[in-house]
Structure formats: C-alpha cells, structure tokens
Design a protein around this ligand. Sequence first.
Ligand code: NAP
Length: 500
Amino acid sequence: MEVVTRLHYSVVIIGSGFGGIGMGAALRRAGVDDFVILEGGPGLGGVWRDNTYPGCSCDVPAHLYSFSFAPYRSTRTRYPDQRHTLDYLRKVVAEQGLTARLRPHSAVTEAIYLEHAACWALVTANGTRLTADIVVFAVGQLHRPNVPVFPGHSEFAGASFHTAQWDHDVDLGGRDVAVVGTGSSAAQVLPMLRATARKVTVFQRSPQWILPKPGREFGVLARTALHLPGGHRAYRRLLSQAADSLLSPIMRGGWSARPARWLANAYLRRSVADPALRARLTPDYPIGAKRILFDSNFLRALSEPNVELVTAPIARLTRDGLETVDGTRHRAEVIVYATGFRASEFLAPIAVRGRGGRLLHDQWRSGASAFMGLAVPGFPNAFLIAGPNSFNPAGSNPSMKELQIDYIMKCLRWRDETDAAAIEVSADAMAAYELWMRAALCRTVWSSAGSSWYKHESGAVTNPWPASARTFARMLRHAPARSFTTIARAARDTTENIPA
Ligand code: NAP
C-alpha cells in the first residue's frame, strides 16, 4: 500500500454527520485547531447525504432535530426534507469554520492504539496514515445498508437497490415495483412511488405501530407564536419535554403506552377501511418495542388500488419478480430494499485495536457496549459519539450527541489539566454502568419484538438508550475523574511503529 502522507493531529474525528460536525464545532469553540474530520464518503452529511430516496424527510421536528448552537429557525416548516437538512449541515460546517478540516474519501480501515506513544495510528482506504492523540468515532448507527440476499438473487433481471443507495437513473414511472420492508424508510417512500408506478407490491415481515405525524408546515397560530421573542427556544424546550414525558415512558410500557396504542389503533381505523387489511397491519407486540413510525401517508397509500400488501414471507427471487412461500409469484421490474441498516455492527468495518492489541470487535462479539455510549475500557483516548445504547428512540439524536460531545470536551480538558498522556474509562465505572444498563433494559419493552435494529443477533439490545434524555444528561453531569483513570506521560515518539 502506498503511503500518501504521515501526519499527526491532536484530534481526529471519524465521520461528518451530526456527530462529527458537532464535535468539530465544539473543538473550534474551545480553541482547538489541530484536528481533521475524516469522512469515508464524498462529502459531509452522514445519513442526510446518503438517503436521497423520494419522500425522505425527518420525523422529528427540526427545531429539536438541530444543534443548540445553530438552532433551526424556520417559522414555516416543521419537518424539512432531506435536501434542506443536508443544506442545514453544510451551512453549520461553513459557519463553524470546519470546511478546511474535512477530508472526504478517507474511510478509516484501521485504528491502532500505540501504547509507547499514547496515541492512535489510523490508516485509511486510500493509503493515508496519520496519528492522533485523541480519536473520536462519529460514524453513527444507521449508515450500513442491510440488503438481504434471497435465494435466486442473481436470477432477477430488473434493477434493485436499497433506499439509502437510491438509483436515480432508474425510472419508476409506469413500472411494477416491489418494496421490501415496512419501516420508516418504506413509509416515506411508498406514497411517492405509488403516485407514478403502475403497481407497488409491499412485502411486510411484521406490522409497525404508527402514530400520525403533524403537518409539514406550521399553522397560523404556531407561526405567530414563533415570531414572538424567545418563541423558537420555547418551542424547542417544549418539544424536548414532550419527548421525555410523553414518548419516553412508552418504551417502558409506562403511563403513555396505553393512550399511544389507542391513538395508533384509532389512526389505523381512520386510515384503512378494509378490516382484513387492518388486521394484517395490526402489530402483535407492545407499542415502542420497535421504533414507532410517525407518518401520515403510509397507511392511506396502502389502501390505494395500485398498492398490494403481501404478508407471506419471501421465498425467493425469480427472473421477473418475487415468489412467496405460499407459491404466489409477484411481478416486479424493480425491487426497492427498505430493509434498514446493520445498526448493531458498531464501527464495522474499522479494525480498532486498543491496549495490548485487543481487538474491539472481539470484545463486542455478542453485542457492543460502551460507557454512556462513548468510551470503552482498554481503549484510551478513544471516544464514540452515538455509540452503543445511546440512540434515543423517543427524542432528538442531535441532542444526545451534543450531550456526549460536551462530556468528551470535559474529558479532554481534564486530560490537559492532569497533564496525562491518556485517559481511559475505568473497568469499575464500566461495570457499574453495565449493571445499571442491564436493569434499565429489563424495564423496557424492546425484547418483546421479534426482529428490530435495536438488537444484536445474539438478542442483546445494543442500540437504544433505555431512559429519558433528561436522565442521559444527568448521568453525564459528573466530573470525568469519577469514571476515568489517567495514564502518565512518558517520552513519546509518534513517528515510529505506525502499522505497515
Ligand atoms: P427498519 O426500521 O429497520 O425497517 C426495515 C424493514 O425491513 C422492516 O420492516 C423489516 O422487517 C424489514 N426487513 C428487514 N430485513 C428483511 C428481510 N430479510 N425480509 C423481509 N423484510 C425485511 O429500517 P428503516 O425503515 O430504514 O429505518 C431505520 C431507522 O432509520 C428508523 O427506525 C429511524 O430511526 C431512521 N429513519 C428515520 C427517518 C426519519 O424520518 N427521521 C426516516 C427513515 C429512517 P421486521 O420489522 O420484521 O424486522
């Protein structure tokens, strides 16, 4: 492999979605300039760059789904679409002076902790080698498409692609299209597809709990309120409190689960007139056990004459479509895989080696875990944003990431103050946290659903945060000295022993 450069930075951030951008902005605010943001793709934006499928938008109001330091301030639009969210991120990057720090096409393949130098050696797919005192993995949870390979996969003669890898060259107008999956992505794409396709066949493995989503645009009253001084800030606070008080308890079968189920059932009855179709769309697991869909178009689209819902499992692909286990052949010229992401495979495909050459993925073989989703014992000076069990299924994930970033910044300051070469979360703190996490997960309904991206194949719930955002903030309020240990500074040489 050709060595392109050999460089050292104080901090290297991996990923340029909300997490990486937020981390970069925090470093700039703290006066740290010696950092880069390595991005595997062609540009910034993370999932908001990748997901360009028709109808893609956010199902969390943008006044909450935005950075606190760069508040979204539209008095018109509650739910911007993908393009606007990507534009928002581009604007933040420009305003925060991060453009020159971005290194696109720099997918990190190896991250190795060099004990003698107390720093990280990083290798990218394009041959760049660099070292960093601190590495921050901000690659998110929902970026590696899960594309099932059904028997007969290679026989299918038409086009097929995943929602996060949309092929805009394929014209779907007047064609027979199959959509596999009925999660948030399928719900957003179906109404757009069925408007132009001849027929759309939707393959559902399990039904979803769906709550109606408020309108994309604000009404007159809300617009007036947002024009008042402090209106935006008050709205953001209200949304955050509503998420914590109304939505979060649903995940634990708490007080709001019953009214939410009632609302979802009433919404299903209102949207789907056919009782047989309704029955097939009614979940048999507790509401909140998979991520709740917030959507106002999917159910109605399923009742349209050019849409068919198939609930028999897919047996195989044929030359001109899909065959289900009951022997029925469903014609399709194009297959859209709305089959989600390999969310529990954290940090794949980066080979991360910590102290003693320990491979992180060996440690995570039966499911990933990290202290507050941001640090792992044995991996000094390494942090994660949106790591294991830190996805908030009931609120805003940019806000969760900001809380992690604030804590990471506290850790970096503490490392400087103590003049330590490295800091590392202690095994005791991790053990106490895991005990808390196990008890908290037991109180959730997440184990009650069959499959979901919340879980590792071992059955361990590895992705969502099991309490409120308020609790997450409270648990990150402590000083790093309580949970981290220091590694003393020794003579260091960052130019040696970078893996060949
Ligand atoms: P998802 O929620 O994981 O849904 C995947 C769908 O594909 C499920 O219906 C699943 O069935 C089905 N599926 C997976 N493998 C299959 C197979 N081998 N055969 C048949 N069906 C299969 O994925 P997603 O819809 O892309 O959403 C993922 C997450 O991204 C969401 O939960 C949300 O957090 C985020 N998202 C957000 C928005 C937004 O508006 N902000 C939009 C899109 C996505 P089972 O349910 O039976 O597993």
